[in-house]
Design a protein around this ligand. Structure first.
Ligand SMILES: Cc1cc2nc3c(=O)[nH]c(=O)nc-3n(C[C@H](O)[C@H](O)[C@H](O)COP(=O)(O)OP(=O)(O)OC[C@H]3O[C@@H](n4cnc5c(N)ncnc54)[C@H](O)[C@@H]3O)c2cc1C
Length: 384
């Protein structure tokens, strides 16, 4: 049956959008270029994010969070991304991945211990699945967790972990049973910063999202009690796929924000910049670029909020989340590229934000499953 949705957002959602947009304009945009140039995670913004409820978006109020739905989560990420892709990536991954894993699969003690601190911004959350040798083939991970009485001993290396060095805790996926098929023998653990043998071994320098914290993590005989295990033993990969389904909606939303932000800048610039004695907005070539950007981004927005709406309804949304991420990320890259083109040589300089949007948007085609992986997920769902 075709999925028809009521796309109109509630008054509450519209108010949230306005609130986060205002915050992003006044508190984020003025600093975004500097943070990017310094390649520094802006710790000073964390308390402000927490005050606005942006670090506990999905966390129920009983654990100190905002208790909002997935549509709200997408709105928050989209609006932050209009100003800064790096901070949007932080908000998306903190809420959706690290915190989301505990929220969805943690027990009551774990929720009480980690969620309030996450919502207050005292502990940012990281989530470590990817390894140097396993990215798209994420079930091929080699980090091990060996049972030792009431504890587990973790060994291995994780790659590209967001909030890996600034986070207070990290949810780590490790192999607990090498004797079953690779998807079946994986378990999740939460490891706190400061635990012996757990180190952020390398900061990674990146093309974009340069003020988000991306590191390699090393686990050397890291001992964690069984109380730090999240979910069932050997069931971590199934849980991980569910986390990624939701995460993909947030990456689609991040792409939307970057794309719409670039469109807004391109419109303003096209009206202002004169060549041949008229604003370049009067040239049809420029108008067509703007029209294509808006059309593709609106289509991407419909896909994204359809996926969020399905998730909020408790209906299946795996395919729709992948479609949203695939289309929105590629549409955002195209839109940012066109926005830079409209800015001409000035767009290529760091004087304008548009080049940062183009660099930041690229990660949306890679993180939480590349475009190629999204096509695999979509096709698999079509062919069942
Ligand atoms: C800035 C940043 C932040 C990140 N944050 C996190 C994080 O917080 N936690 C985390 O766990 N991971 C994180 N990642 C990792 C990210 O999810 C992976 O980079 C991504 O899944 C791709 O894996 P890979 O880089 O190993 O590429 P590979 O898997 O090596 O892919 C290389 C190329 O081969 C293609 N390819 C691979 N397999 C297939 C196939 N079967 N069919 C067709 N094409 C294929 C890919 O699409 C890609 O084009 C982050 C990455 C970046 C860059």
């Amino acid at each position: 049956m075709a999925v028809i949705m009521d796309f109109s957002l509630s008054e509450h959602h519209e108010l949230l959008r306005k609130t986060v947009r205002d915050f992003a304009r006044t508190e984020v945009l003025p600093h975004a270029r500097k943070w990017d140039e310094e390649e520094r995670f802006p710790k000073e913004i964390v308390p402000k994010l927490a005050d606005l409820g942006l670090l506990g978006i999905r966390i129920p109020e009983e654990y100190g969070g905002s208790g909002m739905d997935i549509t709200s989560y997408a709105i928050c990420v989209e609006e932050i991304a209009r100003a800064d892709g790096s901070l949007a990536l932080t908000v998306a991954s903190h809420n959706g991945l690290g915190t989301g894993h505990i929220l969805s699969f943690g027990n009551e003690d774990q929720k009480k211990k980690y969620l309030p601190k996450a919502a207050r911004g005292e502990w940012l959350a990281a989530w470590a699945l990817t390894e140097p040798g396993s990215g798209s083939d994420s079930a091929g991970l080699r980090t091990t967790a060996r049972r030792d009485g009431d504890a587990w001993v973790l060994n291995g290396t994780k790659m590209f972990i967001t909030q890996g060095s600034v986070g207070g805790f990290c949810v780590v996926l490790a192999r607990t049973n090498p004797d079953v098929s690779k998807q079946k023998g994986i378990t999740a653990f939460v490891v706190e910063h400061g635990t012996k043998g757990f180190t952020a071994s390398k900061h990674l320098e990146k093309l974009g999202c340069r003020s988000s914290d991306t590191v390699e993590l090393t686990f050397e005989d890291v001992v964690v009690p069984d109380t730090q295990r999240i979910g069932e033993i050997d069931h971590g990969f199934t849980d991980t796929m569910k986390i990624l389904d939701r995460g993909r909606i947030s990456i689609a939303a991040m792409a939307l924000g970057l794309g719409f932000g670039a469109l807004e800048m391109a419109i303003a610039y096209a009206k202002d910049r004169k060549q041949f004695n008229k604003p370049i907005a009067e040239f049809q070539a420029v108008q067509w670029m703007l029209a294509d950007m808006k059309t593709e981004l609106d289509a991407a927005q419909l896909l994204t909020y359809r996926a969020a709406w399905l998730a909020d309804q408790g209906r299946p949304f795996t395919k729709e989340a992948s479609m949203a991420k695939l289309f929105a990320s590629e549409a955002a890259s195209r839109a940012c590229n066109k926005a830079l083109q409209i800015h001409g040589g000035y767009g290529y300089t760091r004087e304008f934000h548009v080049e940062r949007h183009l660099r930041d948007a690229k990660i949306c085609e890679i993180g939480e499953g590349t475009s190629e992986v999204q096509r695999i997920v979509i096709a698999k769902q079509l062919l069942v």
